[in-house]
Design a binder for this molecule. Structure first.
Ligand code: GLA
Length: 777
């Protein structure tokens, strides 16, 4: 809800409020946090004298007012606010002074449509605050509340009504001044195969900057970040979450000033950015997402998950079930032909898989990663019957067909490069640097965008393709485009070019399920999610690594957007071997797929996979659409735990994962969250087994005959039999489960084993399923 109370502009959601009031020609930030009944007098910053070196903003307005002491929605530049502000700009004559003065506010029914950028949808109303500088430069700040998600979306529009050119050097999406300095900062950092590692730090006086410079939102630092009360935990405490609806290089910053304020900003990466506006032109910053909760990190999860589901992912996918897929990448890499694919597909369909995804290597000269990118003609040596032939076979097996593409890139060894060597991103002064043997196509150029739109449309019409994995496998270097007069535009213009392609292709094929990917999670952001309702989280599918990543990624993103696959062991990225059932247990709390050679599994593994798929199908709505909460953030000492609860609280599933096992250790109760205290639940551990080979010579303690632990007999038996896991099933009230918790069984520790003991090696998992006793399911 947006309203004006006296002088105060109030932007409120169900539990939060953002309050702003004009102070002379400035817009003062009064409060952002828990919703309050705002009053100007108590909320205004008290300033009645000026101190020592203060720069007085405007004597005529207030002889004691220095910008440094105020929380400001927009800082006039070069007027004495020595904190970094949202804007840095220069007129044609080099003048950096822009005294932005507040003119008026207005409540609109919608934020303006920025045709080039992805935007949140479903807004009901929007506040705009208008500012103007004496030269005629105008700034408009937009505030759009999303009531039920306790989220406010902000962005800025800059309009050049001066009589000369104005160049933007920094144009952040928002600045927010909070009158406290005790918050800790959490960013989600990483690299390839190790996305979403949290970094939490207490803040010190000065500016802390983070973000990306590599052309994507990046695995180095996701645009989502968190500021929390130092005491905040999963369940309690005040937390602020921030994100950007943007996929390019970005920057977030937090500045602790000398007067007790914390300034938060986020937006397009200003390093190297320069965007000149001619008279009459305007510039829209990407939208930024702000959210507050006093219910700890899980409160933030609830806000962000609701927001992404309802206002970011394309509407038609909002509640649509996502298929269980098999992907041939880790099963075959580039080494496949029709026969191999057909036998993988056959097995997958027998096991209950619904979608077959053909990954990299199906086109042009692509026999390895040194060649072929850029071309879209089917490699008939590998697929003599083309894509439609394969799709036809899959159709007979009740499998939908999905295809991998990497449209933004080109290899020198490709027909595209031979025809258009000038379409690559490269400086005229030196030859470009390679990454994974590929170069970046210059998406600043309209003809390159048009080529991609055309090629993708052709491919999508050439066969019944129901799903596309849209990959992008390198960072940007050598940034220069012959199509641009101002190279400071490059990164943003390139992303706008990508958005034009994405918009055109996804809108004209709105029934195709698109999954974003960038060497895993190198472009896992809200911009991409506006076009593609899901993204491959990471190339690393090791169960423990995924447990950590899924937990931390879930701070900003719901599990309904995360591609999660069960892969072979030893894991191709970590060489770690965790049990097949545990790999499933973790992947089930996302969009399930299998990415392993299903034709090579043993009968016992086959049975397990068939049961996993049936289990997931039975509870798919819960796993994909339920509210995910973190019960215990994963550490190697204690392991980790989550719960996902259905909207009506009739069903829940808990993931419990081991870290490094300590023998004969205490098993503290696991307290659940998010249940209905008054519902009586049936609580059962999902039946699963453990490979005999985990026990090897220990089998001699339970078998009547003697076997050799690493002998042929154990090897053969391993494919046929499993050790059952502990069997637990009882009923308990929601309040008991939340306040007393689940008492966990003893772990296997060498002495004694029966059906009450848990054989759980390091980094293995269990799912507990909770079903309301009166539930219809
Ligand atoms: C990237 C993706 C993988 C796979 C390969 C194919 O690394 O993240 O899933 O598609 O490309 O080359």
């Amino acid at each position: 809800m947006i309203y004006k109370q006296g002088e105060i502009w109030c932007v409120e959601t169900r539990n939060t409020g953002y309050y702003i009031a004009p102070r002379g020609p400035l817009a003062e930030q009064l409060h952002y946090g828990r919703k309050i009944r705002p009053e100007l007098q108590p909320l205004q910053q008290k300033i009645s004298v000026c101190f020592g070196t203060d720069v007085i903003y405007d004597k005529a307005v207030d002889p004691s007012l220095s910008l440094l002491h105020l929380g400001l929605e927009l800082s006039p530049t070069e007027k004495g606010d020595f904190r970094q502000g949202a804007l840095a700009l220069r007129s044609e004559n080099g003048d950096p002074v822009f005294d932005f003065r507040y003119l008026e506010g207005e409540i609109l029914s919608q934020p303006p449509i920025c045709t080039d950028l992805p935007q949140a949808h479903g807004a009901k109303e929007c506040l705009v605050l208008r500012f103007s500088s004496p030269q005629g430069m105008r700034a408009e700040l937009y505030y759009t509340p999303y009531e039920e998600c306790d989220t406010i979306v902000r962005h800025m529009r800059l309009i050049n009504e001066t009589h000369s050119c104005v160049t933007l050097h920094r144009a952040m999406s928002f600045q927010l001044d909070l009158p406290r300095q005790d918050l800790t900062l959490t960013t989600l950092t990483g690299a390839w195969a190790r996305e979403f590692c949290p970094q939490t730090t207490a803040l010190r006086r000065g500016i802390t900057c983070f973000g990306s410079t590599c052309g994507t939102s990046s695995h180095f630092c996701n645009p989502f970040f968190l500021l929390s009360d130092p005491q905040a935990c999963e369940k309690d405490g005040e937390v602020y979450g921030f994100n950007l609806i943007y996929s390019g290089s970005h920057r977030g910053s937090v500045e602790l000033d000398s007067y007790g304020m914390t300034r938060v900003m986020s937006g397009i990466q200003p390093d190297g950015f320069a965007w000149t506006l001619e008279h009459g032109e305007f510039f829209d910053t990407p939208q930024a997402v702000l959210s507050f909760s006093d219910q700890g990190r899980n409160g933030m999860r609830q806000n962000m998950h609701r927001f992404v589901r309802a206002h970011i992912v394309p509407d038609q996918w909002r509640e649509r079930e996502r298929p269980i897929l098999v992907n041939n990448w880790e099963a075959t890499y580039f080494d496949f032909n029709q026969k191999k694919l057909v036998s993988l597909a056959k097995k997958a369909s027998e096991l209950g898989v619904e979608l077959f995804v053909l990954d990299d290597g199906w086109f042009g000269r692509r026999t390895d990663d040194t060649r072929g990118l850029g071309d879209f003609d089917v490699n008939l040596q590998k697929l003599p019957n083309g894509l439609s032939g394969l799709a036809e076979y899959l159709g007979k097996r009740n499998l939908n067909f999905g295809l991998w593409v990497e449209p933004e890139m080109v290899c020198m060894d490709s027909a595209l490069y031979e025809q258009h060597p000038d379409w690559i991103v490269a400086s005229p002064s030196c030859s470009p640097s390679f990454s994974r043997n590929q170069l970046v196509l210059d998406l600043c150029r309209r003809e390159v965008q048009d080529y991609l739109i055309e090629q993708l449309s052709q491919i999508l019409s050439s066969a019944p393709i129901r799903y596309v994995k849209w990959d992008m496998n390198r960072h940007h270097s050598d940034r220069y485009s012959a199509s641009l007069l101002e190279q400071g535009r490059f990164s943003h213009a390139w992303i706008l070019g990508l958005y034009r392609v994405l918009k055109s292709v996804t809108q004209s094929h709105s029934d195709v399920l698109f999954e974003g990917c960038a060497s895993g999670g190198n472009r896992f952001d809200l911009g991409i999610l506006c076009y593609m309702p899901q993204i491959w989280l990471s190339d690393d599918t090791d169960a423990w690594e995924r447990c950590k990543m899924q937990t931390w990624a879930s701070l900003g993103y719901p599990q309904s957007v995360m591609g999660c696959h069960v892969t072979a062991v030893p894991n191709h990225q970590t060489l770690r071997s965790s049990p097949l059932e545990s790999r499933f247990d973790v992947a089930a709390f996302g969009l399930l797929g299998y990415e392993m050679d299903l034709t090579q599994v043993t009968p016992v593994q086959e049975k397990a996979i068939r049961e996993q798929i049936a289990f997931y199908k039975e509870h798919r709505t819960l796993f994909q659409q339920g509210q995910l909460l973190c019960l215990m953030a994963p550490t190697p000492e204690k392991g980790g735990a989550w719960i996902v609860v259905s909207e009506d609280k009739q069903q829940a599933a808990v993931l419990e994962m081991n870290g490094l096992l300590t023998p004969n250790s205490a098993q503290p109760p696991l307290r659940l969250q998010g249940l209905d205290p008054d519902i009586c639940y049936q609580v059962c551990v999902r039946a699963q087994g453990l490979e005999l080979s985990s026990f090897r010579s220990l089998l001699n303690h339970v078998l009547p005959v003697r076997v050799k632990g690493d002998g042929l007999l154990v090897h053969l038996a391993d494919g046929l039999y499993q050790m059952p896991c502990e069997q637990i099933c009882y009923t308990a009230q929601g309040d008991l489960l939340m306040h007393a918790g689940i008492r966990r069984p003893q772990m296997f520790s060498g002495t004694g084993y029966n059906e009450g003991v848990r054989p759980m090696p390091d980094f293995s998992a269990r799912i507990w399923l909770l079903t309301a006793l009166n539930s219809e399911e």
